[in-house]
Ligand binder design. Sequence first.
Ligand code: SF4
Length: 473
Amino acid sequence: MIAQDAQSPQWAKKKFLHDAKVHVQDTGHRTFVQKALGGYFLSRDAQKARYRDWEQARDAASLAKWSAVNRLDELLPLFVANFEANGGQVHWARDAEEARRIILDLVREAKAKAIIKSKCMTSEEIHLNAALEKDGYGVIESDLGEFIQQLRGEPPYHFVFPCMHVRREEISELFGKFLGTPPTNSPEELTMIARRHMRQLYVDADVGITGANFLVAETGQISITENEGNARLTAALPRVHISLSGIEKVVEHLDDLAVLLPMLATAGAGQQMTCYNTLYSGPRRDGECDGPDEMHLVLLDNSRTAILADPEQRDSLHCIRCGACLNVCPIFKNVGGFTYGTTYQGPIGSVITPHLRGLSDWNHLSAASSLCGACSDVCPVRIDIHHHLLHNRRNAARTVPNRWEKFGHQIFVIVASRPWLFAAGGAIFRHTLGMLKRLPVPLLRDWLATRALPAAPRKSFRQQWRQAGKDSL
Ligand code: SF4
């Protein structure tokens, strides 16, 4: 795998093409990932069947997010006022750098010796662990999948299932190497190893860092949904709790969660509900026996207001990060999660990454789609994902200069606007199609190596049309 964050022009595209080629040819990896997703599809469909009307539930979830995102200017201040009234402190971060600086300052003020963190994709987005480690702070990931990825020195493979590409035997070997445990093939025992290792770390940590799934404006509460209970311990045991969230996570009403939490569980993990759904309402109050002394929330923009200002793509902010669009995407299933080189992989990652990190370096992701629409069909909040990819393609064609593509379009205009030239070009193409495979053009040769080239028809469409006209006389 090429390093994730080398920032040279065209680096991201070259990396994508290189890694995609490697992974597409790795049939073992592809089969393993498809098998891992097989179980997800079975349980997701079983849970969907429990809804009286899944499509109506999608409408309700979509409406809740639509109404919140379109009234962010009103709901964010309402959330902040209620969160502060509950005793929490809010910090606004324009971009990743500012968010890192705020969190580092909070960690320094807390005189932290140990930090524990639960799953938070926004922290991956701002490369928080690297910044904390650079400043001399060790951070332990408490989510099992993230912990495994941390030991492997890899970013998450999938933003819901971070280590879905890792085999049990590999995890056992990894734990043996880092934690000194004997080999085991039992998932339960592997989980218990991580649990035993983690318990004391929660107690030792001075600062706990979490993400947020939803921010409830009317109550000022942070909603976090998880399966392991690790986020609860991360938020409750250390002296200081820092939550990091994108500004788009706001919903207006507490009862919006009545539809959003089950939809997130079903679409994301094929569950009726995730095991732990917790609302955090500020630091510990007098008389309470647990909870942090301080609770901070860092609200991150990082180009989200630019997406908000674009009416065409605003609904990409509705995303509840369930990961369902990745699971059905033929591109994701073939090229794998690392190939994207982004925090958010798959279709929704391909939509938002060009906004978060620049269209000129990341517009190739818009082409990483067959436009089959499977992503839009499964999205629980009805984001029109594949059309957004088309919009990105159009925007890139307008703003990112590509001399060869432009040249190709100009040639096409010349040929297509002259019928005699179009007919001559067609005839040449039909007669030379078979030779294409033998042409010494590497890109063409690679492309055709995995595709069957159809035989060219003997007659052009026009010839056939004329012939049909004569025959019908
Ligand atoms: S775009 Fe939709 S399907 Fe994809 S992660 Fe977001 S909410 Fe889930």
